[in-house]
Every structure is written in C-alpha cells, then in structure tokens.
Write a protein that binds this ligand. Sequence first.
Ligand code: PMP
Length: 291
Amino acid sequence: MRIWLQNKIVPERLAKVSVLDRGFLYGDGVYEAVRVYEGRIFRAEHHWKRLDGSLGSIHMRIPWSHSHLTAACLATARANGLSEALVRVTLSRGQGEVGYDPRSAKRPTLTVIASPIRKDLPRLWRSGVKIAVVNIRRNPMRSLSPAIKHTNALNGILAKIEALKTGAFEGVFLNLEGFVAEGTISNIFMVKRGVVKTPSLDCGILEGVTRRSVLELARKDRVRVVESRIPLKELLAADEVFLTSTTMEVMPVARIVPGRASPRTPGPVTRLLQKSLRELIAKELRLRGPI
Ligand code: PMP
C-alpha cells in the first residue's frame, strides 16, 4: 500500500508517525472519509466544509487547502491503482510536549489512506443488514460532540464491539435521553406510512454528507421528510429502516436487535432512495455509465 504522509506519497513501511504525536497519545485530531467513483470524489466540498467545522471545534489549524486535500486523495487512490476507493484523510495536532496543553504542537500530521470498496455491498444492498441497538450511549453533545469528526473513537469502538457480539453489521446508539441517535459509522432513517424520518441534529449526531443528500433527494422525489426525536419504540415499529454513509450509501436494514425481521427488505421507499442517490452521484460526477 502507498500512503500520503504530509506532502508526498510514500510506501507503507515508510509511513511512520512519532510516538509523541498527539493523535497517538490522545486521539487529538480529526478526519474525513471520502468516496472516489471513477477517480472523482463525491461532494468533496461538503466533506471539506465539515472538516473545517471539526478543526474549528478542536481549535486546530492546518496549512493545507481544500484543493490540496482533494489532490492528495485522488493521488493516493491512483498510486494504489484504485479508481473506486474509500479515502481516509486523518489530521492530528502533531508532535508536542507530553501533556494535554497543545501549544507546543506546531506542525499537524496529515495522512491519506486509500482502501478498496468492499465487494459484498451489492449483495447487502439487496438483502439488507442486521443492526443492534447498543447499551452504551452516544457521547452527549456537551461533552464530546458527535458533530465533530474527531479521532477520539472509543465511544464508537465500544459500541461496535457490543454490536459484533450479537452478529450485527452495525451498532446503533441512543442518546442519553433515550432517543435514537446514529450508527457507529452511519446515520439512521426510518419510514412509516410513506414518511421518511431521521433523528434531528440536536439528538447529538454527525451530520452525514450522505444523510444530507438523501434528505435532499427525498424532498425532490416528493416524499415527506421529518427530522425529529425518535423514541426506540417508534424505530422498532417502522415499516422500513435504512442506514446512510459515504461507503454504505443507502443500506437497507432487515433486522434490528432487539426486534423482529422486517418482512420486506429493501422496502419501496428505501429502494427509491438507493436508486436516486446512485443517479445523483452519476450525474454530479458525470460518470460514464450507471453505477
Ligand atoms: N455518523 C458517524 C458517527 C459516522 O462516522 C459517519 C461516517 N462518516 C456517518 C454518520 C455518516 O456520514 P457520511 O454520510 O458523511 O459518511
């Protein structure tokens, strides 16, 4: 594998970061994950704007422009022979004196890693996946806001471990008040009597780029959309449930633990939005054919 480190691509064995790096010591950093289709990034500017928000929230500045980050992502995907890729951009506050005081860290660390897209996605888009509502709650907004895409990932990792024990594909968090929040790496939607519902941002979630695209598409397709608090009971009684993320796109949910299997997965609204999102991606990126 070839990796972008600071300003250039190096072989994986040379892609090393100091043990004094604050990303390693404290999870003191932020990241983005973008999707490359046929060598182009879907909604790069949405990702970089969110990155700017994350950087601002942790009081960190970087010397790299949006276009530099775009170029780094595309170059890294290309260097690994990938025209379809998930590309992760990680930015840590860099190396400094040991201790929480960040002022001695003057040079942020930038790494870009390109991975192939998992091969089983088309199968999962047809069959749907199992998700588990986990016991651990989402970090509350006033502690470590889930709106920041930071590298302090233990909340999500612990949820993932819990979900994996039940054999689920993804874990879903409730917030401290007991309302549905989001997946460990995805946003969640439900459909009831033709109305699409998703947790509002004040439930304490990351504003997914895919979530925004799907809300936009649902409105355009004249599907009624509600962003609000969702009690778990309401989610379990939904006609359709799906997840969204940069990698999963629109992923139908066939079963929720605890709960029952959904009789029709993917449901008609999920299928419509799966298709609309793929068409939007192809149109915006001027792809050669349908994806
Ligand atoms: N929530 C969390 C916690 C995530 O990590 C992700 C993945 N970035 C998402 C939601 C989905 O966001 P996006 O659609 O931008 O990938």
